[in-house]
Design a protein around this ligand. Structure first.
Ligand code: MOS
Length: 811
């Protein structure tokens, strides 16, 4: 069974867009920081309704403009999950009324520009800022000479609230650790003045020998990578011997280059200090983590830092706690004025990092029928010391195929470069390219259909530790996808289909993305006498549709129409420690909603008066129904939320709830899966590759919002197109300088490159997760790169192992 996630816009079952307010208002009521400051409004908003940050204003849930479903909506609450609800923040965004971090303006604010080191390693011998300080508009120049004392960033994984991407100190000494490291921050009255003045800073360096090429890093010696406390090395049986003895085998090296983050909104921070209190508008995917980490670094209390991130234009793993937050906070502290640091595109490349370079070996040995006997996935990724983000490309190989012997090994080679950052489906995206290319090569060698080969090696339990799968329907996804894509029409002989100058081919690959759910999920639920429900949760929406999907879950569980629900996110003072990462937010927040529903119901039953139709019933005996509670066995025994609260003389009830430990992960092997299909054409004369069709046939548990989920899958698949065909950060190996830090020279797919992308899913709910969902955010990136590479092989007969697959490799 498959569901079409994208009904026509006229589909009567599609809910209307919510249009809940004309202005965004900070959901934080009565908080100390926001009310004290004079926030002038939105930059560039002249002529439109000015944004007012109204910390004491009414919650948006009481907005009179809510009208979704009027006349045709359902009040019952059943059936909301999976509906293609348009983004709740859509109307604000299309009106330009959704403020981003660089759009908050404070009185007296100064603008920041960065100066980058031009050597990879050494020390700053002299920093001459005379011309800079004399330039028009310049207010201050921050450097290691005058930066406030700060502890090092606490890195992701070192503490439940840590999300730093680098444990190295920032501007605390004269050391240069990579080419592009910020050595000065120039603050001026305008961005233009800051940018100009930054160009006048003169730096004299004492350079030291640096490791700036992969070959040199490998020659220096590698080390076994460590994930958490797991040294990444696995051996089950003697895989090398089994490979040698196999009737058929492939054994190849696959390479992927450094890649950089290119969110549509470059990183931005607007920061202001008031005494020892720091307030920050931040484009981030980790508000609570950033507040905690900044407090550690500046030696203040966590409660003294307030990070707000209402809207984010893409994060993708690149917007955890990082240098923009540190430098903006340090600069604002040093100058004693609010600072806006909006990174240039170049600065994103020099400061933020991205995917590490990998060199991977995948070897597979099988019998004549394609049964895998040996599976080997080893190799090296580049790394910086003190960095928490490994490019763990071996992940997909741990659980994808039944094999008698297995060998896994991940090595780190150290470079003097910007810290690599997690980047969408870290490890898995490039690992699945190598693994799923190798599977295709084995299928070709054995003359077995590649889908059939995968199905023959479908594991019954987790190959690594024997845990049962919580729910795994990849075979069903393969069959549905093959049918829909027209796989039967594929000619298995390479270079056999030609239309004019264009060679045409089809390919496929498996997507896998591990499931997770944060144990620190927590949220606050406020039910009002008007039967509106507000959820406050320190989660993130960088475009994924988090708040929209959660709105549907809340509507379902509390039997409210979506327009009665408001999900408020992106503020470090809200409950929960939830980063917007790892494809886990919806599972984590849904876990809190399940707990929150139980807590709200318990609280309401505590409040019912003796004469209520619900009197005497326990939580187990009632069900939310039509904006109220009913006896499960007798729907007529009903009282509305409004009535319960009214009789109790309350305007609202508030409960906090926690989703609890992800115990499901201890018992089950859990991941989302996808059968990814690509059709390409390659120009026989120029070698130009073009993707003409993509299909993702997903098995990701229950989908909460069909519209935003399909959009997530499509976004991931577009990213995989970039990975397969376009993206590469080019370093000058002589000095470690990134040579293409701009969108004109770092290529990503543009609209004209992207074909129709079809998405379907099995829709099988996972019985072991909150509400049956698993992760979807990063799934589409995985397997798709291999599907494209395999389609190119089918089209041309050329097997390219080195990403990206550019036309020079196909001529
Ligand atoms: Mo993601 S790369 O876990 O934001």
């Amino acid at each position: 069974m498959t569901n079409d996630p994208m009904p026509e816009a006229t589909d009567d079952t599609a809910p209307e867009a919510l249009d809940r307010s004309q202005e965004w208002a900070s959901p934080r009521r009565g908080g100390p920081a926001l009310t004290r400051r004079k926030v002038l409004g939105l930059a560039g908003m002249a002529g439109t309704s000015a944004l007012v940050v109204a910390a004491s204003g009414p919650p948006g849930s009481a907005s009179p403009s809510m009208r979704l479903g009027a006349g045709r909506g359902r009040e019952g609450g059943q059936g909301w999950i999976g509906k293609p609800l348009p983004r709740v923040d859509g109307p604000l965004k299309v009106r330009g009324a959704a403020p981003y971090a660089a759009e908050f303006t404070y009185e007296g604010m100064v603008y920041a520009a960065l100066v980058f080191s031009t050597i990879a390693k050494g020390r700053i011998a002299e920093l001459d800022t005379g011309a800079t300080e004399a330039a028009p508009g310049v207010v201050f120049v921050l450097s290691h000479l005058n930066a406030p004392r700060m502890g090092p960033m606490v890195a992701f994984g070192d503490h439940e609230k840590a999300a730093g991407n680098d444990r190295r100190p920032t501007m605390q000494d004269d050391r240069v650790r990579w080419n592009g490291q910020p050595v000065a921050v120039v603050l001026a009255d305008t961005q233009e003045e800051a940018d100009h003045a930054a160009s006048l800073v003169r730096v004299v360096y004492e350079a030291e020998p640096a490791t700036t090429s992969f070959a040199q890093a490998v020659a220096n010696g590698t080390e076994t990578a460590v994930l958490g406390d797991w040294p990444v090395h696995v051996e089950i049986g003697d895989a090398e011997a089994a490979l040698s003895a196999a009737q058929a085998s492939v054994d190849a090296i696959y390479r992927s280059p450094h890649q950089n983050h290119n969110a549509i909104e470059p990183h931005a921070v607007t920061a202001v200090w008031d005494g020892d209190e720091l307030e920050m508008y931040d484009s981030t995917q980790s508000v609570v983590h950033n507040a905690w980490t900044l407090a550690q670094m500046f030696g203040i209390e966590e409660e003294q830092v307030h990070v707000v991130s209402p809207f984010v234009g893409g994060s993708f793993g690149g917007k955890f706690m990082g240098l923009p937050e540190v430098l903006a906070a340090a600069a604002a502290r040093a100058v004693g004025r609010p600072v806006r640091m909006a990174l240039s595109r170049e600065a994103v490349y020099r400061l933020v990092g991205g995917r590490a370079l990998t060199e991977q070996r995948v070897a597979i040995g099988a019998d004549r029928n394609g049964r895998i006997d040996a599976l080997i996935h080893t190799g090296t990724s580049t790394h910086t010391p003190h960095n928490p983000h490994p490019e763990a490309f071996v992940f997909p190989t741990l659980t994808s195929y039944a094999t008698r012997t297995l060998k896994i090994d991940l090595q780190w080679a150290y470079l003097d470069m910007v810290s690599n950052h997690s980047m969408r489906a870290p490890g898995e995206a490039v690992g699945s390219f190598a693994l799923e290319s190798a599977i295709d090569e084995l299928a070709h060698e054995l003359k077995i259909d590649p889908i059939e080969l995968r199905i023959r090696n479908e594991p019954a339990v987790d190959p690594l530790d024997g845990r049962p799968f919580s729910s795994r329907n990849i075979v069903q996804a393969w069959h549905a996808g093959a049918e829909r894509f027209g796989w039967a029409r594929r000619n298995p002989t390479p270079r056999a289909v030609r239309h004019g100058d264009w060679l045409v081919g089809m390919g496929c690959g498996t997507a896998t993305h591990h499931y997770s759910r944060e144990p620190t999920g927590r949220a606050r639920f406020t039910l009002t006498r008007e039967a509106t429900l507000a959820v406050d949760v320190a989660a993130h929406d960088a475009g994924m549709g988090t708040a929209t999907a959660v709105t549907l879950v809340v509507a379902e569980l509390l039997a409210l129409r979506p327009d009665r629900v408001e999900v408020r996110i992106g503020d470090s003072t809200m409950p929960g420690v939830i980063a917007g990462n790892g494809s886990q937010q919806i599972a984590t927040v849904t876990g809190t909603v399940v707990a929150g529903k139980a807590a709200v119901v318990a609280e309401l039953l505590r409040l019912v008066r003796p004469g209520s139709p619900l009197a005497g019933l326990t939580s187990e005996q009632v069900t939310p129904h039509e904006a109220g509670l009913s006896a499960t066995e007798d729907r007529a025994r009903y009282e509305s939320y409004a009535s319960i609260l009214g009789h109790a003389g309350l305007s609202e009830v508030t409960v906090d709830a926690s989703g609890g430990e992800p115990v499901e992960l201890a018992r089950y092997s859990m991941a989302s899966y996808g059968a990814m299909f690509a059709e390409v054409r390659v120009n026989a004369v120029t070698g130009e590759p073009r993707v003409t069709r993509l299909l993702g046939s997903m098995d990701c548990g229950r989908v909460m919002n069909a519209r935003t989920a399909a959009s997530q899958f499509r976004g991931g698949m577009v990213m995989a197109m970039g990975l397969a065909l376009n993206e590469a950060t080019h370093y000058d190996e002589r000095n470690g300088r990134i040579m293409n830090p701009s969108l004109s020279e770092y290529h990503i797919p543009v609209h004209l490159d992207v074909p129709e992308i079809d998405v379907i899913w099995t829709g099988v709910p996972d019985p072991h997760t909150p509400m049956g969902g698993r992760g979807i955010g990063e799934l589409g990136v995985n397997g798709t790169g291999a599907a494209i590479a395999n389609a190119i092989f089918n089209a041309t007969g050329t097997r390219v192992h080195d990403l990206p697959i550019t036309l020079d490799k196909l001529m």
